[in-house]
Design a protein. Structure first.
Length: 94
């Protein structure tokens, strides 16, 4: 996460992809990859990883929020609203 937080996105992505190879079903890792791709402006790749995270753990709030952000950056506002509503309407949302 240090590379990500300090803007070294290429290094962060490499580390997250290595982690994914070791734990391909970890939604936190998939979300980290998706978030890094988003920061790099690669919306399609970001969406793919975030959707994979949500397939594994549908109640993963951080992933659903990140998916909303991906949709906003892609000017897919209706989809962003739908994902945000899922968060707000969910019984486990804080």
């Amino acid at each position: 996460m240090d590379h990500f937080e300090n803007g070294r996105l290429a290094l962060a992505l490499r580390e997250f992809l290595n982690a994914e190879r070791l734990q391909p079903q970890d939604p936190r890792i998939l979300c980290a990859v998706g978030g890094t791709y988003l920061r790099k402006g690669k919306l399609d790749e970001s969406e793919q990883y975030v959707l994979r995270a949500l397939e594994i753990y549908p109640e993963y709030h951080e992933a659903r929020l990140l998916l909303s952000e991906v949709y906003i950056h892609g000017k897919r506002y209706e989809e962003a609203i739908a994902e945000s509503r899922k968060l707000l309407d969910g019984p486990t949302f804080p």
